[in-house]
Design a protein around this ligand. Sequence first.
Ligand code: SF4
Length: 264
Amino acid sequence: MKVSECTSRKIISSCGLKDLNYQVDPYVGCEHYCYYCYALATAETDWSKEIQTHKNIVEQLSEEIDKIPPQTIYMGYHTDPYQPCEAEYRQTRKVLALFFEKGFSASILTKSDLVVRDVDILKEMKDAAVSVSVAFNDNSTRRLFEAETMDTEKRIEALRQLKEAGVRTGALVCPVIPYITDAIKLIDLLEPHTDVIWVYGLGINDPLGQNWLTIQKILRCHFPDLIEPIEAAVFSKEHIYWTRLRDNLVALKNDRQLNLNIHL
Ligand code: SF4
């Protein structure tokens, strides 16, 4: 994997998520290379070969956050802050250390257990939160859709360790791929280790877009019998698959009094 420097740009940007005003992407590009990733449409490099870092991330970000009041910053929107190169480049760790020094906090989304490395900083930050996203019940299926991510079990174990250390934890069951993802089983595994769970369906709107064409190729090769029902459900949120799943999740939420947010 080639790691180069990106063109000069602002590091902090606005964030549309509830209660979060700003986000930071410590890298440009993401080695995890999930074939359904919405950010692939704006990729600046071929993520299977090259991702980028910011030059002097600490100095520049320090100047940028000095202009805003201390608050929680989101990390994990266009790139995974704990993709494999973070083990060596430690951009995310440097950002967290800077946030902590300046009285900021972080809300992190990742698909990697490398986040546990930084538990020493996270547990000292006021209101830090870490969420992992999971979408597959078995790792051989996961590898078909997410080229370079970590096993589902390792992500859940990371949540366990973070929660035990006193860090707020959450999980996204995302993306639910109709007839492939068993969302209820994943919630069963996640529930003991999370304070909150969100469920999102596969969000593809363009049947001719690259995300869907790549997923179609995977389905044709590995799930030929499912391609038609999956396609029907992906492009219709009123499909019976979603109606049933929504009903089952609402029942589960009520039965177990779960902090479960259903976005299907
Ligand atoms: S981990 Fe997230 S940002 Fe990275 S490729 Fe996958 S979906 Fe995209």
